[in-house]
Design a protein around this ligand. Sequence first.
Ligand SMILES: [Zn+2]
Length: 359
Amino acid sequence: MNPLDILRTQGLGLLAAIREAGDSDLLRATFSASQLVRYRRAAEMLHRAPLARQRLAQASLERILVITKHARGLRHGDRYALLAELALLDGSIDDIDLKARDIVRARNAGNGPNLGRRAVRGGKTTDTNGNRTFTVTGPERDIKRLLSTLDARARSLRAQDTALTYEQAMYDALMTSTGPAPYSLMPQVIIPLPDWLRLRSHDGDETIFAATDGTTVTGAELVSGLMADDHVAVLYEPLVGPVNAYRAQRHANSKQRLIIEGRDLMCQWPGCTTPATECQMHHVTAWKHGGNTNLDGLVALCRKHNGRNDDSPDRPPRNGRIDIGDDGSVYWSRGDTVRRNNHPLLDKSGRAVAKRVPQ
Ligand SMILES: [Zn+2]
């Protein structure tokens, strides 16, 4: 069978195989994390829908993904029956997408917009152009009203500057209407000691430093004092004395937080990008199991991953747990699987800097 035929007809088999494979390195080497989330959701749904499975026996992967996505959007009633119904739709993938959306919208009509799904998402990852993207989801009327307001402003901006594209003008309109939010947290910039010495002799303008809010700062920006108002520059060297509270307090104090934010830079769970300033301070040995509130026993984890962590090492593993190895590095493990957060920015964390400086 040629590869196109496989994609065109073997969607169901592919999803079943992905479901069977569970959490494997092979899958992670083949698909992105977000693809796997989509595939697994669809596979789980089909697993419970025998009639839909029968009708989709020769369907493409994309067709299955499109109709399972819409069937999941049904707010009241039998999603599996609806899935079997949507499995009968034919035409191009884009046609099926539109038809399925209409069918499910009609079933959901009368319930009003689902306010529970309102969200602003993303904005955490910087692209190759140094930009970030976020998406806004909300009731159509709210979004329409917001865009109309921006549209009016964007038109007047374009009248003043004909070189502006519509999209650029919409962005400018959004930014001038909300303005940059003042930082409520003060991010630290992590500067290894040797780099600091180079910066002082103006030899390090191109060096990129990481900040605890997940952004980066160049040496030139630091030297010119651009960041002085809203960043604290922290010289990171390994001889930070212990700031330990043992059992005196359950929660990390502000000094501990500051040090751990610089040391860990972001949530230490594999694949997570939540900056440390938005993280919780996780006890590697749970407080209820006698863990101390000490620097070496605390790790930055976002709210979600702090909640997912298997706190009891004696129970059978579920989501896996965070531990600290003998070499001081943080790792996640579940059974025999060991993974780390390999985000490139972590090379600039205080933990990485401390490791590089010869002791
Ligand atoms: Zn996380």
